[in-house]
Design a protein around this ligand. Structure first.
Ligand SMILES: [Zn+2]
Length: 278
């Protein structure tokens, strides 16, 4: 009730949108709802997404600093917010063993829907490559132990990520290659290793490349995401991203596959259920 009042303006502004998309059931499979970027208007932003037909938010972890904020959100939105647990590769530093112990402890004590985001990032810093590889492998093993999927972050590190995935390849290895930016060969390789491809704002970029070959990939392998507050789709490129823009990604896929937005929403949400079990 309380936040209904606070979002009155938003609801008025999105009335058309709401009518048009009322039956949509979109899933944002990767959104950092707890980010400081949303501290001023988090509830309005979440309500805006729900009004746009995005009612399921899967929230990846970064490091232990964010854990309390994540738990608060899940408590506040029990029907919409679903948490992952993991250590983000760019946060693998000197203290990474303590951080991994935190991940392990939380996984053992609470329900999560995936282990993520985990992987390798060589764009920002290569100092801890060895530790990143170890942390990635270890967290894949934790995912298997808890029968969860993984959510992979890969930046400038396709060879390194595939090396670890190959070494852990098994029927119980599955998940999402988040913010997929590779080529067709890499897409097929990821799929053969049990992964779905997380498609977000990059698919709407003129130089994003993946829109060139996506039509060659069956829709059953795709899920939608925003990676909010990063990587906003066109026409918001360069600005703050938010989960309501999942709709823009769905519209782009509708164009590429020649289907309606409602069909794209239904198929990709179904795909997300296969990974997250909900
Ligand atoms: Zn992320």
């Amino acid at each position: 009730m309380q936040y209904k009042q606070r979002t009155t303006n938003n609801e008025q502004r999105t009335t058309n949108n709401e009518q048009r998309t009322t039956n949509l059931n979109l899933t944002d499979t990767h959104t950092h709802l707890y980010s400081e970027e949303f501290d001023q208007d988090r509830d309005e932003m979440i309500q805006r997404a729900i009004n746009s037909g995005v009612s399921r938010f899967f929230v990846p972890a970064i490091d232990s600093n964010y854990t309390p904020k994540m738990y608060d959100l899940a408590q506040q939105y029990p029907e919409n917010v679903f948490l992952m647990m993991g250590l983000h590769p760019t946060y693998v530093k000197e203290n990474y063993l303590e951080e991994l112990a935190h991940v392990e402890r939380e996984l053992a004590s609470k329900k999560f829907y995936a282990v993520g985001e985990i992987g390798i990032d060589l764009f920002w810093d290569q100092t801890f490559l060895k530790e990143q590889q170890q942390a990635f492998k270890y967290q894949i093993q934790l995912a298997k132990k808890h029968q969860l999927g993984i959510n992979i972050h890969c930046r400038d590190a396709f060879d390194e990520v595939f090396e670890v995935l190959e070494s852990e390849k098994a029927v119980d290895l599955f998940g999402i290659f988040h913010c997929f930016t590779g080529d067709l060969d890499q897409a097929q390789r990821a799929i053969s290793l049990g992964m779905k491809l997380g498609i977000g704002g990059v698919a709407t970029f003129k130089n994003g490349k993946i829109d060139q070959f996506l039509h060659e990939i069956d829709l059953q392998h795709l899920v939608l995401e925003t990676d909010s507050p990063y990587l906003a789709p066109v026409p918001h490129r360069g600005k703050r991203n938010e989960s309501s823009y999942t709709l823009l990604v769905a519209q782009k896929l509708a164009e590429i596959y020649g289907l309606s937005v409602a069909e794209i929403a239904a198929i990709t949400t179904e795909n997300s259920k296969q990974i997250f079990g909900i």
